[in-house]
Design a protein around this ligand. Structure first.
Ligand SMILES: O=c1ccn([C@H]2C[C@H](O)[C@@H](COP(=O)(O)O)O2)c(=O)[nH]1
Ligand SMILES: [Zn+2]
Length: 171
């Protein structure tokens, strides 16, 4: 049946909009895309109790250090690897945040290491929502779980229904 003259066509809301979890985890992933680490790109997004984004970060070398002077290697002499120099995504998100992090939630693309877990606890973040747990067998991840559990920080593995989110820059 067609629309009669004077009849108003009622629009219904979009059904495939992003859930809050998909939105914040998506932002964590987008932030991770800024990372120059060739093997693991980590992103983090911190939100407050009103679902306002208050900090974002990714893994990279400290501000002001020339990317070209620093190593991205994973193996070899410790001082010639990335490990002593790279600032972790979670710590960058904490350091970049614009207000107190008490009772905030951190969305992370990868489960945080023990060093990040300590920082998460110390600033009062109450929940960690993570996507990948690819380093779960590492001792540093086991220690991290212990640190978060002891401090009663909730850990939630995010199950996402959508297979992917895409952004198109061409009309
Ligand atoms: O809590 C964490 C743990 C690690 N990262 C960063 C540090 C490195 O840049 C990579 C890990 O590299 P691998 O080659 O997979 O060892 O991830 C982080 O940001 N947050
Ligand atoms: Zn870390």
């Amino acid at each position: 049946m067609g629309i009669l003259e004077g009849e108003v066509l009622k629009m219904s809301k979009r059904q495939d909009y992003l859930s809050w979890d998909e939105y914040f985890m998506g932002i964590a992933f987008l932030s991770g895309m800024r990372s120059k680490d060739p093997s693991t790109q980590v992103g983090a997004c911190i939100i407050d109790e009103d679902k306002k984004i208050i900090g974002i970060g990714y893994n990279g070398f400290p501000q002001g250090s020339s990317d070209d002077e620093m190593p991205w290697d994973r193996e070899g002499d410790f001082l010639e690897t990335k490990y002593p120099y790279v600032v972790h995504a979670e710590l960058n998100a904490i350091l970049n945040s614009i207000k107190s992090l008490k009772n905030c939630i951190i969305y992370v693309t990868h489960f945080p290491c023990n060093e990040c877990a300590k920082a998460i606890v110390q600033v009062g973040i109450k929940k960690v929502v993570y996507f990948s747990d690819k380093h779960k067998s590492l001792d540093s991840t086991k220690a991290s779980r212990k640190i978060l559990e002891n401090a009663q920080v909730e850990m939630v593995h995010l199950e996402v229904e959508k297979e992917e989110i895409s952004i198109r820059f061409k009309d």
